[in-house]
Every structure is written in structure tokens, then in C-alpha cells.
Design a protein around this ligand. Structure first.
Ligand code: SAM
Length: 267
């Protein structure tokens, strides 16, 4: 178990699918030669922190086909769920592995490394080690849905700014990789990959939450509340008021959560 429930991953997936920048995926598929030779079976995509397989659900709708989908996650239950959902239709290799042991990651023959909603959890050291490994082999790299530190609520509440500052501070807490990149993930990936010789494209991929997404908004509010209630100096009574206000407006208000997608192609 990694702490990421199937329930939470399922809840966020429609927002992720809508938010993911489609043009970067198109550029990646062109670079991989998927357009000229769509039936070649020998392209290997390694999805890090794959969860239940959100990437292999999202990319085929955008034109990806005939990949070997190599899913890597520390959580065996999530990988089992990915296999249960797709193992009979797609060529999946599942690896239960701790990403922090970078030298042992199953990257053999990979054409592209992908991830979604992962790189804000990881550290600089992890990125440096991973990029050193993939750049020597000129492997492409695509990281979607990296949180950027911006959350905007409508209607607003006087505590929003303070809550966001406390939440963003917590985003940089160690999540098992060393101090997390949190909102700095895209900038750090961009500069490190550029220095390693990659050509970088980035594009915004914000969650735009509103009517019909009450459950996701309520879970987001609860998640923010929980980390701040235990890890900040925000007054608990005021925080409770903020939570009640946010839950009252979960079905009628709007929320934007900033993310960025990044594609790095070897030159
Ligand atoms: C926010 S979830 C994203 C899952 C999936 N990519 C998605 O978009 O639905 C982060 C994923 O990273 C995995 N993870 C976290 N720490 C890990 C580690 N040290 N090694 C391998 N996987 C890890 C979790 O198990 C989880 O599946």
C-alpha cells in the first residue's frame, strides 16, 4: 500500500483526462513514429508511479497504440487493479518496485518514460538520478499533471490564501524520495532536462472543477484540511470554518488547480 487509494485515483481521473494537454501527447507520438508505423509492436513505454494505469487509459484515446506498457509502482494492489482492468487487452508488464532505487528501475529498451501526478512528490535527487540514467540512452520523457502551487476558489473565502500557503509548504514535505519538489517540479525538470541536452515543451494542464464534480472537490477540501490541521499553525477553529464553507459550496462553486505537463525529447 502506498497511501493512494483506488477510490481517490478513480475520482481524480476524469479531471486529469480533461486537463492533460493533448498537443504534447501528439508531439510525443509523432516523435515515436506512431503515425508512420502504427502497428509496430516494439515501442516500450515505462510509466513510473503508474497506479491503476491512468496513462494507458489516457494515451490510446489520443492515438497511442501498440505499446508494451511497462507499469512500475511500489503498490502491488494498484498494479493488480491495472492488470485486472486491462491485462486481457493490452500488452502489460507490471513491476512492483520502489522508484527511489533508480539504478534498478526496469528501463531496459524504453523508448519513452512517462508519469502522471508523480513528479511533485519526488525530490531533486531522484530527478537527477533518473535523468542521468535516461539521457545517456536518449530516452524521451513525458511527465503530466505536475502541481504548480495555484489553487483558486470561487466563491472566495478570507482564509484561502493562508490555507494555500500552508498546503504548498506541506507539498514540499518528504514523500519517500527526500524533500519533495512540490510546486517547483516543472521548473526543476525543465532546467535539468535542458542541461542534459533535451528539447523541452511545457503546457498548462489545470483541473477546472465545477458542477458535477462535487465528490472530487469535497475530497480535495478534506485532503487539504487534513494536511494543514496536522502540519501548520493555522488556527483549527478558523480552519474548520474554512472547511465547512468549502464543503457548502462544493456543488455550486468552482475550483482551479494548476498543473503543468512537460515533454522532453532527446536532440
Ligand atoms: C498520485 S498517484 C498517481 C498514480 C497514477 N499515475 C495516476 O495518475 O492515477 C502516485 C503514484 O506513485 C506511486 N508511488 C509513490 N511513491 C512511490 C515509490 N517510492 N515507488 C514507486 N511508486 C511510488 C503511488 O503508489 C501512486 O500510484
Amino acid at each position: 500500500m502506498s497511501g493512494f487509494s483506488i477510490h481517490w485515483l478513480d475520482l481524480r481521473e476524469p479531471a486529469d483526462v480533461a486537463a492533460r494537454d493533448k498537443s504534447l501527447v501528439n508531439i510525443a507520438l509523432d516523435w515515436l513514429g506512431q503515425r508512420e508505423d502504427p502497428i509496430s509492436p516494439d515501442r516500450i513505454l515505462v510509466d513510473l508511479g503508474a497506479g491503476t494505469g491512468s496513462t494507458l487509459r489516457a494515451l490510446p484515446d489520443l492515438g497511442a497504440s501498440n505499446f508494451v506498457w511497462r507499469l512500475v509502482d511500489v503498490d502491488g494492489d494498484l498494479l493488480d487493479e491495472a492488470l485486472r482492468r486491462h491485462g486481457k487487452q493490452l500488452l502489460i508488464e507490471d513491476y512492483q518496485a520502489d522508484l527511489t532505487i533508480v539504478n534498478e528501475l526496469p528501463l531496459m529498451g524504453a523508448n519513452i518514460i512517462t508519469a502522471s501526478a508523480l513528479f511533485d512528490l519526488v525530490s531533486r535527487e531522484f530527478c537527477d538520478a533518473l535523468i542521468a540514467r535516461i539521457s545517456s540512452r536518449k530516452t524521451a520523457f513525458y511527465a503530466a499533471l505536475n502541481y504548480d502551487g495555484n489553487i483558486q476558489w470561487s466563491p472566495s473565502h478570507p482564509l484561502d490564501e493562508k490555507v494555500l500557503a500552508a498546503f504548498n509548504k506541506d507539498q514540499m514535505r518528504d514523500k519517500g524520495f527526500g524533500p519533495a519538489l512540490g510546486p517547483t517540479a516543472t521548473d526543476y525538470l525543465k532546467s535539468t532536462l535542458q542541461a542534459a541536452g533535451y528539447k523541452i515543451e511545457i503546457a498548462p494542464s489545470p483541473w477546472q472543477l465545477g458542477a458535477g464534480q462535487q465528490a472530487l472537490i469535497a475530497e480535495l477540501v478534506a485532503g487539504i484540511y487534513n494536511v494543514i490541521a496536522t502540519n501548520s499553525d493555522v488556527d483549527v477553529d478558523t480552519l474548520n470554518e474554512w472547511k465547512q464553507f468549502r464543503l457548502q459550496h462544493a456543488d455550486s462553486g468552482n475550483c482551479t488547480v494548476g498543473h503543468w505537463d512537460l515533454l522532453a525529447l532527446p536532440q
